[in-house]
Design a binder for this molecule. Structure first.
Ligand code: SAH
Length: 350
């Protein structure tokens, strides 16, 4: 083994053992130009995934039920200034039908996601959650953005199990520039409220935002560890033509995979999806992600009628496929990698 690889292995040992890994150790891999070092990183992340989680892949059926949003996140196609987007809001009946379809594929987690819809009726949401929990033996994950403690408490009480809220970046200045009218502090407040209420909590970041440095990505990874997150979504920035960031180039798939691989090694048992964002870049990145740490896939069950209107970024994969076909395509992907679908609810392994 040459010196450089030997060095890389030592760094990986340290990253694996340290409570909070040193930024400089993480940076070594994000900045590396030697491809064999990166191969070592991926292979160590793959063994960490295998050791801590096993070969099973959890499926989460995603239903994007409203594209209305009060926010103006500069990168996101749902931002309220984008008047070219047709907005929709699904009814309870439509959502319950989509949930039936998730259940028909034996998938036992449903993710309800939306923009931050000012008209979201908290009681309506509560009733929807309890109806789903009554009808199905399923975990319910919410991804509805920032709300007050009382709303989170109401939904938890109704049976919601998990909540996803990406921090997007831990760099406060960058966060403020990208999210006019929002605050990093409130985002953190939400994550901590959710944790204190007993939700399984998921967060994550966008990789490849202009102004984001390698050092800040390292801090993001340390943040995942410090917050003891149960789920972490890591996806590349994808440039959307009807946003202020339309002229910027999309994030780099390779950098996204490096962050994912390090996150697996550092956080060990966290559930990490191969995100739809990375799958929408040109190339076989969904399977790459599964080979360097990811253990979750999220087939989209939003009805095709609405799917193309939920345009957080353009060219999302499989927009013409109904959920059942989408799920079948992911079953085949898992098989092709000699992994199996784990149909359990897939709580974070303790
Ligand atoms: N409103 C909810 C959930 C909807 S957006 C919330 O704020 O949590 C879900 C995720 O899509 C965001 O967290 C963001 O990370 C991602 N996203 C939005 N626009 C994107 C883009 N252009 N490129 C990559 N990811 C994007």
């Amino acid at each position: 083994m040459n010196d450089e690889i030997h060095h890389a292995e030592e760094f990986l040992d340290r990253i694996e053992q340290d409570d909070t890994p040193a930024g400089s150790d993480l940076e070594y891999f994000l900045a590396a130009s030697n491809q064999s070092i990166i191969e070592r990183l991926y292979s160590r992340a793959d063994s960490a995934r295998k050791r801590h989680i096993g070969n099973g892949i959890y499926l989460r059926g995603l239903i994007e039920f409203s594209s209305f949003c009060r926010n103006r996140c500069l990168y996101c196609g749902l931002n309220r200034n984008n008047t070219s987007l047709a907005r929709y809001r699904m009814t309870s009946e439509e959502i319950l039908k989509a949930v039936d379809s998730v259940a028909s594929c034996r998938i036992s987690t449903v993710v309800l996601q939306s923009g931050e819809d000012d008209s979201l009726d908290h009681i309506w949401m509560r009733d929807l959650i309890s109806e789903i929990r009554n009808r199905h033996n399923m975990a319910v994950t919410l991804s509805l953005g920032e709300w007050e403690y009382q709303a989170y408490a109401l939904w938890k009480e109704a049976g919601a199990n998990r909540y996803l809220l990406k921090i997007e970046t831990t760099d406060r200045d960058l966060y403020d520039r990208l999210h006019p009218g929002m605050s990093h502090q409130n985002r953190l407040r939400c994550l901590r409220d959710l944790r204190s209420l007993g939700y399984e909590v998921g967060s994550g970041i966008i990789v490849g935002l202009r102004g984001q440095t390698v050092a800040s990505l390292c801090r993001d990874i340390q943040f995942f560890k410090e917050e003891n997150l149960d789920m972490i979504g890591i996806g590349p920035f994808i440039s959307h033509p009807s946003t202020e960031l339309c002229k910027e180039s999309s994030g780099d798939a390779e950098m996204t995979l490096r962050v994912l691989a390090l996150t697996r090694i550092v956080t060990k048992t966290t559930n990490i999806p191969a995100t739809t964002a990375i799958a929408s870049l040109d190339g076989d990145f969904r399977s790459q992600a599964l080979k360097c740490g990811a253990n979750v896939l999220m087939p989209i069950f939003t009805p095709v009628l609405h799917k193309s209107s939920y345009e957080i970024y353009p060219d999302r994969s499989c927009t013409n496929e109904e959920g059942v076909q989408y799920a079948e395509c992911l079953f085949r992907l898992a098989e092709s990698l000699n992994r199996h679908i784990d149909y359990s609810k897939g709580d974070r392994k303790k």
